[in-house]
Design a protein around this ligand. Structure first.
Ligand code: FES
Length: 307
């Protein structure tokens, strides 16, 4: 069962960090579907990802150093690894005439940066293809979005996307705005590998004061989620269609029941909650999420072009 989950996770591009979190100064250790990975930038500024375990004695490479030539040095005995291939290119106590054997390597992973996020293909690097990446329209405007954050939540990643689609207030706070549960505008639609659903939203204080939902909600929240991974864009508009706020929410399965969340927003006022109300989550009846998880969505995730 665990093996199957790992295999499914391996055939996706997972957003594992904000672009700013991956640097040429300090490696970043991350987890994806139970695997330990390290992210860093090489001397050309290109984001790289390797297995976070030295081929010598398994020390975590994320505790090591990025050397001036862009190789990642293990913190223990200093073997140095190339990000593009995972090969060990230098061992400190070898003479200049000795060559590092090609079998001294760690697994490397394909990396793509889009929309200010670093996506990693969690499977074999020669099986990576661009299908399944978020389309450019979903990421548009976020690479320079000034408000951003990263956090870990104690919730499974599929449950996270379920709540995001059907009850986003369980996961997020947006200053002065409340998304009205169980009030979608129309049915979810699937287009180009993205599921979209619109929900009614109201001023939070007004909604609380009334104690009940009314028909004349001033806002609409459009949620667009990529099939497969659930990387999502949330657009808040007025009823007349004027844009108020947009946020890109990227989630990835760090481990069983732990989701890593990275977000970029066009304005202040957005926050991920510290914890998810487990009782409310249990009571949630998936609607849009049922379409996101369903057989039609699975078929689209295999067939949809990336842009
Ligand atoms: S454990 Fe990494 S160089 Fe020895």
């Amino acid at each position: 069962m665990k093996e199957n989950r790992m295999n499914v996770a391996a055939h996706h591009w997972w957003p594992l960090a904000l672009a700013e979190e991956v640097s040429a100064e300090k490696p970043l250790g991350v987890r994806c579907a139970g695997r330990e990975l390290v992210l860093f930038r090489d001397q050309g500024g290109v984001a790289r990802s390797l297995e976070d375990r030295c081929a010598h004695r398994r020390a975590p490479l994320s505790l090591g150093k990025i050397m001036p030539g862009g190789l990642l040095a293990c913190p223990y005995h200093g073997w140095r690894y190339e990000g593009a291939t995972g090969r060990c290119r230098m061992i400190p106590n070898l003479s200049a005439q000795e060559i590092v054997p090609a079998i001294y390597r760690v697994e490397n992973f394909a990396v793509i940066e889009r929309g200010g996020l670093v996506f990693v293909w969690a499977g074999a690097v020669d099986e990576a293809h661009e299908r399944g990446l978020p389309p450019s329209g979903l990421l548009e405007g976020f690479s320079t979005a000034p408000h951003r954050g990263s956090t870990l939540l104690t919730i499974g990643q599929k449950d996270f996307v379920t709540a995001l689609l059907d009850s986003p207030d369980l996961l997020f706070r947006l200053d002065d705005v409340a998304v009205v549960p169980f009030h979608p505008h129309g049915d979810p639609s699937i287009n180009g590998g993205v599921l979209a659903v619109e929900r009614a939203a109201d001023f939070a204080l007004a909604l609380a004061a009334r104690g009940q939902a009314l028909a004349d909600y001033p806002f609409r929240l459009r949620i667009s989620a990529v099939l497969g991974t659930g990387t999502a864009r949330l657009d808040l508009t007025t009823e007349a269609g004027a844009q108020v706020f947009s946020v890109l929410v990227a989630s990835a399965p760090a481990a069983d029941s732990v989701t890593a969340v990275h977000w970029r927003a066009t304005a202040a006022g957005f926050a991920v909650r510290d914890r998810v109300d487990a009782a409310a989550l249990l009571a949630l009846v998936p609607q849009a999420a049922a379409a996101w998880r369903g057989p039609a969505a699975f078929h689209h995730s295999l067939e949809a072009p990336s842009t």
